[in-house]
Design a protein around this ligand. Structure first.
Ligand SMILES: C[S@@+](CC[C@H](N)C(=O)[O-])C[C@H]1O[C@@H](n2cnc3c(N)ncnc32)[C@H](O)[C@@H]1O
Length: 290
């Protein structure tokens, strides 16, 4: 499927819980750091007619989809990495980030996030960026690739997979890479619960988009963008992200943790939206002065 043939349909996860904990109030100004299709933003704006919002996304397609859905005069859009956002002195009543890629980005064949369809090895959330997954796969040395697969994919067979990739490269498509990964692992691993390329693809996406360092930076700076008593909520989808959120919230001198345990999806939501099964939401509040 190409961009033009895919409607930007993304079901927001943990939306009841996210909106309730954000404590959205009349006249408030909120930051949605990961607009996607504007699902969470739409719910924030729906709380009261005078709520305003700044929406960020790295992806021009997401910005375009959200722009067509959300009421323009109450929303300011910014395309870029949330870690590099400059609020220019504005202070927010609440901040929400829903990490990773959206369903349409994943399903859109030519973005290269999925190995289910043949596509160029791209994986850039922001297509203005130069580095693609193909650059990384075809030019990094074997040890660098193994480290990426091990650290960002928690892949036990990282060295073996990296060796096979280096022997067989260059690669230009997602499916050729996935086949090479599958052929490099033992048979029992090949037909296991998840496709053997799953962890490597997660690792490549994280590396291409510098996802973990962006998240760390966001949690370091975002508390300074909040009003005292304002809340920040982050939805993560794998343990590497959740660990960062948990520790950085706890160690921030400006934040008090609201959720001792992460909020997870209820069975009804998991039944409706399988993506929600791995979502974890944590909230913290900016400490009030004095
Ligand atoms: C899971 S989707 C968000 C979906 C959205 N909450 C909704 O309800 O429609 C994540 C979005 O965040 C964007 N994104 C991920 N990391 C980002 C970052 N570091 N800076 C800005 N946008 C980012 C992705 O491009 C994607 O559109």
């Amino acid at each position: 499927m190409t961009e033009s043939s895919v409607e930007f349909e993304h079901i927001p996860v943990l939306s009841r819980e996210a909106i309730a904990h954000l404590q959205v109030r009349e006249g408030g100004l909120y930051l949605d750091a990961t607009l996607g299709g504007g699902g969470h933003s739409g719910l924030i704006l729906a709380v009261a007619p005078d709520v305003r919002l700044v929406g960020i996304d790295r992806d021009d397609w997401a910005i375009q989809a959200a722009r067509s859905r959300l009421e323009g005069d109450r929303v300011t859009f910014w395309q870029g990495n949330f870690a590099e956002y400059d609020p220019r002195g504005q202070e927010f009543d609440g901040i929400l980030a829903d990490l990773g890629v959206s369903s349409p980005q994943f399903d859109q064949g030519d973005r290269g996030f999925s190995f289910q369809t043949e596509a160029p090895l791209d994986m850039r959330m922001d297509r203005r960026q130069e580095l693609t997954a193909a650059d990384l796969i075809n030019h990094y040395d074997e040890a660098q690739l193994a480290d990426i697969f091990y650290h960002y994919g928690e892949e036990r067979l990282s060295r073996r997979i990296a060796r096979r990739i280096v022997e067989r490269r260059p690669f230009t498509t997602t499916t050729a890479l996935a086949d090479a990964i599958a052929s490099s692992v033992p048979r029992k691993y090949r037909y296991g619960r998840i496709h053997p390329a799953t962890r490597v693809f997660q690792a490549l996406r994280i590396a291409v988009n510098e996802e973990l360092s962006s998240l760390e930076k966001l949690i370091d700076v975002a508390p300074t963008w909040l009003k005292p008593g304002g809340r920040i909520g982050i939805i993560s989808f794998h343990s590497l992200e959740d660990r960062i959120v948990k520790h950085r919230f706890r160690n921030s001198p400006l934040l008090q943790v609201i959720t001792k345990k992460p909020i997870i999806a209820q069975p009804d939501e998991i039944q409706e939206n399988r993506r929600s099964r791995s979502a974890k939401l944590r909230f913290a509040e900016k400490i009030k002065k004095g």
